[in-house]
Ligand binder design. Structure first.
Ligand code: SF4
Length: 302
């Protein structure tokens, strides 16, 4: 039986999923509950190749995604990727990876992985603000994140960066410093995720003790607006996740913002201004609902 990765980005919904490593070698981020019950392991190369062989017999997908959270640490990642190219002949192969790992790698080694056929890396930057990175225990600084992202771009990868919206009441610094990191890295994609406090994570324990609360939804929209206004490089912005939605009592009224920057900036900012106005009106009436409220009452599971 195939050992499948438990998580993949929404953009990889149609991809053949291949598990290269299991869990996360860091596994300490304060907001993350993804691999808490999983001990990190590098899968045996022969086992991964066997899964690729099996997938090649039934999959007709044009794309491949490698799980779990940081496959750059696998010593045979280039060999595995070459095998996947040979057996599956995909248009693209993508993987989650840590910026810290990319930062610590030699550029030639990164190029070798890229040349083996791995085309895109999905990195969780979360924030470019050092104080916020420390608060969420990301285990990386702004400087290391920028170096890792730039190195990945230089090696020829498409880079997808995730930004964690609403994580802190320091939303102004979070937005400005995240935009600075994005401008330095010049990623192909920026993907927004809004923090939703997951049971048994560090943030959840802090919340129960009263030492943490996420930014309110209105501050979060203002944060996204400031971020969009401050991104100067060309990139594609996506909000492809339900955590970004806002609801009133009739249903969803805001599904996040997406578009090409800088071309679509004015349209995106106008959408955010409308959403802020609506959120303020709903908040005054006590009718503004976000993903944290729905998750805590069990109405959505993230
Ligand atoms: S967010 Fe990523 S790096 Fe952090 S613990 Fe979760 S999987 Fe690991």
């Amino acid at each position: 039986m195939l050992d499948l990765p438990p998580y993949r980005p929404p953009s990889e919904a149609k991809s053949t999923l291949i598990r290269v490593t299991k869990g996360c070698p860091w596994n300490r981020c304060a907001f993350c509950g993804m691999y808490k019950t999983e001990k990190f392991a590098v899968r045996a190369t022969e086992d991964v190749k066997r899964d690729i062989e099996i997938a090649s017999e039934f999959s007709n997908s044009k794309t491949v995604f490698f799980g779990d959270s940081d496959n750059l640490v696998h010593p045979d990642i280039a060999e595995i990727t070459e095998f996947a190219v040979e057996k599956l002949n995909p248009e693209r192969i993508t993987s989650y990876a840590r910026l810290k790992t990319a930062c610590s790698m030699n550029l030639n080694d990164l190029k070798r992985v890229r040349n083996s056929g791995l085309t895109r890396l999905h990195f969780g930057l979360e924030s470019g603000d050092n104080q916020t990175l420390e608060m969420i225990k990301k285990g990386i600084s702004f400087e290391e994140a920028v170096e890792g992202g730039r190195k990945a771009k230089k090696a020829g990868f498409e880079v997808s960066l995730y930004i964690l919206s609403g994580i802190t009441e320091r939303w102004g610094e979070h937005a400005l410093n995240s935009a600075e990191a994005i401008n330095e890295i010049r990623p192909d994609f920026v993907r927004l995720r809004t923090v939703t406090v997951i049971p048994n994570t560090i943030l959840w324990h802090r919340m129960r003790k009263g030492t943490y609360s996420p930014a309110d939804p209105i501050s979060r929209l203002k944060e996204v607006k400031l971020l969009v206004e401050s991104i100067e490089c060309e990139t594609l912005l996506f909000s492809d996740h339900v955590s970004n939605y806002l609801w009133n009592r009739y249903g969803v009224f805001y599904m996040g913002v997406s578009g090409r920057l800088p071309d679509d900036r004015d349209r995106i900012v106008s959408e955010l201004e409308r959403a802020i106005k609506m959120a303020e009106e709903l908040s005054l009436k006590g009718e503004l609902i976000d993903s944290n409220m729905l998750a805590s009452s069990g109405k959505i599971v993230l």
